[in-house]
Design a protein around this ligand. Structure first.
Ligand SMILES: [Zn+2]
Length: 227
């Protein structure tokens, strides 16, 4: 039985966090939980805090720290976290949330083991995100004009449907999303670096499995040093 793992996963949009989380989940059994997932669950369960969060989400407004913390507390109360731990994705977002995290984890006997910070070169990210093309007609059609081009330009390989670029994959939107990400994340990076918890991991153009292996090795070494 692997010990429960508590980690924070930082990485810009397009870094491929989901892919790496799948590997960690397969190994440690802990759920990957994003802020969005937590909010959706709280809303679905009809909790008071879920209803409160929904008001802000419906307005497209930032959910205040104390509401976010209540939602995270609720999610940590589920049995899967107690048994296997948690991979936090998109939380903490602010230093106040980061300050509150040890107590939240401590309430179910966990402590933060490490923070993995995926780093991706700007040009690689831009190509990944602006190169995406989706099919209008089927859900399988998901291409990238640079790394996974369709056989015929603009046409889905699976159904012959028309390919298009999502509005939020356009260059100006992407540049803005990345700027917001870096502005929001850099104080957290410094915070966790100062506490010796940060592990920078470089996403290159190389093999996904190699980096996944390196991340798993970092996790294993952090768990070992728990003593
Ligand atoms: Zn298609």
């Amino acid at each position: 039985m692997t010990p429960p793992l508590a980690m924070v996963f930082l990485g810009p949009p397009g870094a491929g966090k989901g892919t790496y989380c799948k590997e960690i989940t397969a190994h440690y059994g802990c759920p990957q939980v994003s802020t969005g997932d937590m909010f959706r669950l709280a809303v679905k369960e009809g909790t008071a805090i879920g209803a409160k969060a929904k008001v802000y989400m419906d307005q497209g407004a930032l959910v205040p720290d104390e509401v976010v913390l209540e939602v995270v507390r609720g999610r940590l109360g589920h049995a899967d976290c107690r048994e296997h731990g948690i991979i936090l994705d998109g939380f903490p977002r602010t230093l106040a949330q980061a300050d509150a995290l040890p107590e939240l984890l401590g309430s179910i006997g966990l402590s933060l083991d490490l923070v993995v910070n995926l780093q991706v070169g700007h040009d690689i990210l831009i190509r990944r995100l602006t190169g995406r093309r989706m099919c209008r007609s089927c859900s399988r059609g998901n291409f990238n004009i640079y790394s996974l081009p369709p056989k015929r330009e603009g046409i889905c390989d699976y159904c012959g449907g028309e390919l298009y670029q999502r509005d939020d994959d356009r260059l100006d939107v992407i540049e803005n999303r990345l700027a917001v990400y870096h502005k929001q994340t850099s104080p957290l990076v410094d915070y966790y670096r100062g506490r010796g918890l940060l592990r920078d991991m470089e996403v290159g153009s190389g093999d996904i499995q190699v980096l996944a292996g390196a991340i798993l090795a970092e996790i294993a070494s952090s768990l070992k040093s728990r003593g």
